[in-house]
Design a protein around this ligand. Structure first.
Ligand code: ADP
Ligand code: MG
Length: 450
């Protein structure tokens, strides 16, 4: 069997969905499990609905619900002929709309958007898109079966960044999905969302549908994990920043992890976890041009030749400096910092420490008021936002001759604040001002790839 995950742009409208039906049909003999993301922008809109409701702006939230539902209804009306499937979809969308309105009433009454209610809201996008895809496959004569992740993707209850309970998920997949496959069915399910064992919706982090695809593939022993997106594979830089960036044929799991962890949006970094554990290759493909070769990510048995594989970047990064208050000794200070990091599942891009302080370079969104407050129990904090980070990635990159010198020469007069060489020796990163990131990427890419 294989898993096929389709991202938001691959289901953005009726034409895109009709196109993925053709792609799935070509793979029927490989027994696909299909994982679907919310249609492009839906999750952002669902989050905005929550924020509007939290501010007490019920009217704004209602308008957003209206336009989101309209987009789904347009897709459904363009795809389905009159008949029972269309009625079924119309009814299903009506139920989702009712759920959204009920949630908004609750949130705007309390003027509080908890992570739990945010998950309840944000999970509706995948439910709608996956239902539409499952039904249209059925309409086209493909024996699809829609399955709610509530039936198998059981997670902990850390809302908005939940983690699956792997042994339970494995057990459920074998009970629920495997029999469907054995009977020749095509299971269609949702990325990104899961549920606690009590049936409360959770989500596993934005963009984590790729991870869902890999998790199902890993636990069911897939031949390959296919990730269908809007670019023909991983490139030597984000094509939105460097349009001439070249396609990369092959990446190791480690390279792909670092590339995505340090900002390449093409894939969620956690995707590589199950793929690596179960040694299943990931194939990145373009649903707009399905015959192009894409990029294969797999284990790399050969000792890699040092070199730059790709340049990646991210904006909205901040530098948090933590200094212990005098009365605390080093051990209490460091234990406390470590505790806050672990408890909040805070992901630092870079950490530096000296005897007098600890510096964390993180995505600014990671540093919530709650996180700051927890640090402030023991340390003085200083946070500088408005930074970005550029990284060069490749196995053994630090052994590339003249790497540092060439990078800094390329970056030229753009000031840099921090340098990351990574304990793995596979990344070389620098922190620059947010506004300079794209320029720095173009300069460094030109140095190494042109
Ligand atoms: P999906 O909705 O299918 O998950 P995403 O928007 O999450 O798609 O990811 C695809 C996007 O990733 C591309 O459109 C591209 O702009 C971006 N991207 C960033 N870095 C890279 C890279 N190195 N190679 C290819 N795409 C990249
Ligand atoms: Mg994505």
């Amino acid at each position: 069997m294989i898993t096929m995950k389709f991202g938001g742009t691959s289901v953005r409208d009726a034409d895109a969905i009709a196109n993925i039906v053709r792609i799935i049909r070509r793979s029927l003999d490989r027994h696909p499990v299909v994982v679907i993301s919310a249609i492009a922008q839906a999750t952002n809109i669902l989050e905005q609905i929550g924020r509007s409701a939290e501010r007490g702006d019920g009217g704004g939230a209602a308008d957003l619900i209206g336009s989101l539902m309209e987009r789904h209804r347009t897709i459904a009306s363009e795809l389905f002929p009159e008949g029972s499937r269309k009625e079924h979809i119309t009814f299903f969308l009506g139920e989702i709309e009712e759920t959204l309105r009920t949630l908004v009433r609750g949130i705007s009454t309390l003027k509080e958007l908890t992570p739990r209610s945010l998950d309840a809201l944000c999970s509706q996008g995948e439910l709608m898109s996956s239902k539409i895809v499952a039904e249209i496959l059925g309409e086209e004569g493909i024996p699809s079966e829609w399955i709610d992740t509530k039936d198998f993707l059981i997670t902990d209850d850390i809302h908005t960044r939940a983690r699956p309970r792997l042994s339970v998920v494995e057990d459920r997949l074998k009970k629920v999905i495997q029999p469907m496959l054995a009977a020749g069915g095509v299971p269609v399910t949702q990325g990104y969302i899961g549920s606690t064992s009590d049936g409360v919706r959770t989500t596993m982090g934005r963009e984590s549908s790729d991870y869902t695809g890999a998790l199902i593939g890993g636990l069911l022993g897939a031949d390959i994990i296919e990730i269908w997106t809007d670019v023909s594979g991983v490139r030597t830089a984000d094509p939105r920043i460097v349009p001439e960036a070249k396609r990369i044929d092959h990446l190791s799991f480690g390279e792909a992890f670092r590339l995505t962890y340090y900002g390449a949006k093409v894939l969620h970094p956690k995707t590589m976890e199950p793929a690596r554990v179960y040694n299943i290759p990931i194939h990145i493909l373009n649903s707009g041009e399905p015959d192009l070769p894409g990029t294969i990510i797999s284990s790399d048995p050969d000792p890699a030749v040092p070199g730059v594989k790709s340049v990646t970047s991210q904006c909205d990064v901040g530098i948090l400096t933590l200094t212990p208050r005098e009365k605390y000794d080093q051990k209490i200070f460091r234990d406390h910092v470590h505790g806050v990091v672990m408890e909040n599942r805070l992901e630092a891009l870079l950490t530096a420490s000296s005897e007098s302080h600890v510096v964390l370079v993180c995505k600014s969104v990671e540093i919530s008021p709650i996180v700051m407050k927890s640090f402030e129990d023991v340390c003085d904090t200083a946070f500088i936002a408005g930074k970005g980070m550029l990284c060069l990635v490749g196995s053994n990159i630090m052994r590339t001759p003249h790497l540092v010198e060439r990078t800094f020469r390329a970056v030229g007069d753009i000031p840099s604040y921090f340098v990351e060489t990574g304990s793995s020796g596979d990344v070389f990163g620098i922190v620059v001002d947010d506004v300079e990131v794209n320029d720095a990427v173009r300069r460094v890419h030109a140095e190494f790839f042109q």
